[in-house]
Design a protein around this ligand. Sequence first.
Ligand code: EPZ
Length: 417
Amino acid sequence: MDKLLIEGGVPLAGELAISGAKNAALPLMCAALLTREPLRLANVPHLKDVATMLQLLGRMGVAVTIEESDGVLLHCAGDPLPEAPYELVRTMRASILTLGPLLARCGHARVSLPGGCAIGARPVDIHIRGLQAMGADIRVEHGYVEARAERLHGAKIVCDLVTVTGTENLMMAATLAEGTTVIENAAREPEVTDLAECLNAMGARIAGAGTDIVTVEGVARLHGARHGIMPDRIETGTYLVAAAATGGHVRLTRTRADILDAAIEKLREAGADIRVEADAIELQARGPLQAVGVHTAPYPAFPTDMQAQFMALNCIARGTAVITETIFENRFMHAVELKRLGADIDIAGATAVVRGVAALDGATVMATDLRASASLVIAGLVARGETLIDRIYHLDRGYERLEEKLSRLGARVRRVR
Ligand code: EPZ
């Protein structure tokens, strides 16, 4: 099992290109199931989760062609095998995003229930209820979602909770339904908007993506398209926090600031200087950081996927920060690992109180989930001495060539077997 060995104390400096967004790439690849024509995606990140999704789609009968460095051609010419087996779904919950497209394309689907994961139970009841409202007959048995629908019909769906993949699943299913679907309390995340843009380029008729009411007018069929995947806002935010925490100066290119306003404002509040261009963000740390409180909520509020990274920053900032996690019920597992590095953190339910300390000291720690791992990397970069992070397969799911990118910014980090 791979580990990351980091020698802390080096301020990150230099320029780095950001990859395509994992959480946009995953639904976009499932959109290929909605048409018999080829879908060309560019700016595809090289991630474990992307590889798993390509493997799953391949097993359904989608022809997958890797094109130049970051392009993928997906072609589902014939009816796909509408199955997503447990052994693949359990490694990547986003496989549930095949459910809506399979139902719309071929009228039935058998998708393993994605188990929970480290950060929470992660139910998919809103996905299921929405598809039932569109006329699907869905039973959940033996750990599988068994779904059938002659043809889905439009419906008005009100999501009890804001769900990103729930909104994406229902939006994709609605593109080929008979009539109009309205999704209320829809997720407004930029990845939803990116997916809607691609679906509309394929001939769908979606309005309101990026707002809390998405309207989809069903069409008879969709055609192929080319789509460049949006930049990864969480990868962007992770490197900005790492640069601020290490007192560095970085310039991130091939990214956008307008999809990360909440996190950028928090970094400014912490005392970092941030300059924004059309497709680049430059951060210069200015003296010791101030602790910043964080309250996670659906977009455009502060993203839950940036909570762990800001906890690491607050460990060595001046003052006390209160962090409230409102999205997932168990997303503080990085706290106990940060305390092994000398952090002063108290957890009470959905709230963490972080008191800044003068320094962290390197230790052996264990990654538990994707963003918790990123938090430990940031802490290792600022800690005195060496930090060894175990179970970094979590990192490989969501960060492309992490140690290579960090090394390019001057960090002393290497992967050890
Ligand atoms: C997406 O997960 C992201 N994953 C997550 O990123 C991200 O943390 C999350 O949205 C919140 O922003 C992808 O896009 C592939 P939700 P998703 O449905 O869609 C509850 C990462 O680190 N809920 O928005 O699975 C749920 O339990 C990952 O890249 C239901 O109750 O999250 C949670 O409390 C981690 N029933 C809340 O809603 C449902 O049917 C938000 O979950 C669906 C969700």
